[in-house]
Design a protein around this ligand. Structure first.
Ligand code: DHB
Ligand code: FE
Length: 284
């Protein structure tokens, strides 16, 4: 049977992708950001899974106000990096895993989560920047990726609790797939940031670090945080953090297993307009 072996959590920022693509990652501003991922790049080389289930949000790239799926699972053979206004990022095409994606869709929908099935989709910085942070600049990504898009852009957005419960359902789905695949689940976006309005530029280190503590040690309490608290404390775009709860809900301890091992923890401000947070949790 397939198994979720670890979860990875990381912020995404378009400027991080641009820094890499334009050869600026050694500049003093960016060096400390990328340094936080040195461990992670080696860790991913040592722990390359068969498939990454990558929870992220689209930023009005593949979707728009014309169509707003709350949860969308990418079931295609491949996904092309999107043109977000400056041309597509020069990164590899993302290879999917249609067989596992279709199985997860079947299982999760039968567990009463209504997913949108997506058979053609471009992927924006929400998906490609986490891959770049964890993999550097390879010719090809190290394994197939199942993109799982969550609407955290246009209200109404799903609650943290619903995301956490969805993670539990994804875990059951993966564990009922009849092939011995090593699967990682990544939760991306966040941490605190607000890109518009009078509070643009908001960063809240105390909230972010308390969230990391809670996510590690008491994920059920993190899941209970109401969406208004994210907006108030972490800014309007801080709501991206609910996506981390999908990954956390899929870890073994939530289903009665042992607590995960914290393989890596990193926090840095600033990177563009956001705080960068990053965790790697391994199932024991
Ligand atoms: C920034 C952060 C985001 O999460 C995003 O989607 C776009 C921009 C920023 O910090 O500039
Ligand atoms: Fe974002």
């Amino acid at each position: 049977m397939a198994k979720i072996t670890a979860s990875v959590y990381t912020s995404h920022v378009p400027a991080i992708g641009a820094a890499l693509d334009l050869g600026k990652s050694n500049e003093p501003y960016w060096q400390p950001v990328f340094k936080g991922y040195d461990f992670s790049k080696q860790w991913l080389k040592d722990n390359t899974p068969d498939v990454i289930f990558l929870v992220y949000n689209d930023h009005a790239t593949a979707f728009s106000l014309e169509m707003i799926p709350t949860f969308a699972i990418g079931c295609a053979e491949s996904f092309t990096p999107a043109d977000e206004g400056w041309g597509p990022r020069p990164v590899p095409v993302v290879q999917g895993h249609p067989e596992l994606a279709a199985h997860i869709a079947q299982s999760v929908i039968q567990q009463d989560f209504d997913l949108t099935i997506v058979n053609k989709m471009d992927v924006d910085h929400g998906l490609t920047v986490p891959l770049s942070l964890m993999c550097g600049q390879p010719q090809a990504w190290p394994c197939p990726v199942i993109p799982f898009a969550v609407n955290v852009v246009q209200y109404p957005v799903p609650s943290g609790q619903r995301c956490f419960n969805l993670g539990k359902a994804i875990r059951k789905a993966v564990e009922s797939f009849d092939k011995p695949l090593n699967v990682q689940i990544w939760g991306t976006g966040g941490m605190s940031h607000q890109l518009q309005g009078p509070r643009a530029g908001l960063i809240n280190k105390e909230f972010d670090n308390a969230f990391l503590d809670k996510l590690i040690a008491d994920p059920a309490a993190a899941a209970a945080i109401p969406h208004i608290d994210y907006v108030r404390e972490a800014g309007s775009e801080g709501i991206e953090l609910v996506m981390w709860l999908i990954a956390r809900g899929a870890m073994a301890d939530v289903a009665g297993g042992p607590p995960p091992k914290v393989a890596h923890r990193f926090y840095h401000v600033p990177a563009s307009n956001t705080a960068v947070g990053h965790l790697i949790l391994e199932n024991n």
